[in-house]
Each structure stands twice: as C-alpha cells, then as structure tokens.
Design a protein around this ligand. Structure first.
Ligand code: TQI
Ligand code: ZN
Ligand code: ZN
Length: 170
C-alpha cells in the first residue's frame, strides 16, 4: 500500500499548474529533457495537475539538477549506484540526481545491457516526482513507489496503488 509523508504535505489546491526548470549549470539535451516531460505526464494523466517547463530556475516550483558528491544540502551523493537521486516533499520542489550514475535514456534498451550499472532515467524520474508530489514508499512490489529497483530495469507505468495514492492527495 502507498504511504504519505508525515502530516500529508501536498501542493495546495490553488497550485494545480506547477512549473519546473533545469539547473542551467548542467545543460541537457532535448532527449534528456523529453524523458522528464514523459515522467511528469505519467502523473498529470491521472490527476488535475499540470507541469510546464520554464526557463527560470530561480522561480520554478520544481527545480531539477544533476550533482556530484556534496552539493550543499547535507545529503551528498555517493558515486556509482547507492543513492541515485533524491527529491523532497512538498512544497520543496527540489529534485536532485547523482551526476555520477550511468544514466540511460529509455528507448535505448539495446545499449542497456552493455552499460555497467545502468540506471534508467525515466524510471527514477517517475519515482522521484512521486516524492515531489507527496508520496512516500509503497509496499506493492510493482508500484513506482516501491523502494527498490533492479539495475538496468525500466519501470515507468503507474500501478493502481500509485494512482490511488496520488488521487487521494490531488
Ligand atoms: N533515493 C531514495 C529514494 O528516492 C531517497 C530516499 C530514501 C527517500 N528514503 C526516502 C526519499 C524516503 C523519500 C522518502 O527512494 S534512491 C529508487 C528505488 C532511489 C531509489 O536513490 O535510493 C528510485 C531513487 F525506488 F528504485 F529504489 C529512485 Cl526509483
Ligand atoms: Zn540534493
Ligand atoms: Zn523513493
């Protein structure tokens, strides 16, 4: 079953149109940006939420960046594997990814197996967006919010459990 953070934090009712922006210090390809767009769409498809990419990293609701090691929030990244990414509960909007992972863009499934310790970017993004929106971890093994994922595996489809959790919040 899904869980929520203590106090059930969520984006307020008058904030259904959320903006996101990428840290300008790590320029990303359109292909990588489109992975995040698809990941947000998984959640907007089942809620009244809308997500829009904007340029301004300083004013967006959700801020996304790739960082190595200590990056100033007291939760340093740890190189290949271990912690892959973290996102904070609403209304923080901070979504950080470990720059040292061997990120793989979905659709490159062939190159997948040949990449050592490959981590599917879209799978991690869908999971972290769940946290950004207020979902904790789930006990349902196939759910997006289950706390483990197999290296090199792609898991991007919301389960009923994920949908029930997000629809309880929004
Ligand atoms: N990062 C953890 C996570 O996102 C950070 C974390 C640990 C956390 N406990 C938490 C975040 C409690 C919110 C609430 O779960 S991770 C997975 C998964 C990670 C793990 O790098 O370990 C995914 C990131 F679920 F597959 F294990 C993304 Cl998909
Ligand atoms: Zn961080
Ligand atoms: Zn998690």
């Amino acid at each position: 079953h899904y869980t929520l953070f203590p106090g059930e934090p969520r984006w307020p009712r008058n904030r259904r149109d959320l903006t996101y922006a990428f840290d300008p210090r790590n320029p990303l390809t359109e292909e990588v940006k489109s992975v995040f767009s698809r990941a947000f769409r998984r959640w907007s498809d089942v809620t009244a939420l809308n997500f829009t990419l904007i340029e301004s990293f300083t004013t967006s609701d959700i801020t996304i960046g790739f960082y190595s090691g200590d990056h100033g929030d007291g939760e340093p990244f740890d190189g290949v594997l271990g912690t892959l990414a973290h996102a904070f509960s609403p209304p923080s909007g901070k979504f950080h990814l470990d720059a040292d992972e061997n990120w793989v863009v979905s659709g490159e499934l062939d190159s997948f197996l040949s990449v050592t310790a490959a981590v599917d970017l879209e799978s991690v993004a869908v999971h972290e967006i769940g946290h950004l929106l207020g979902l904790g971890h789930s006990s349902v093994e196939d759910s997006i919010m289950y706390p483990t994922i197999t290296t090199g595996r792609r898991k991007v489809d919301l389960t009923n459990d994920d949908v029930e959790g997000i629809q309880y919040l929004y």
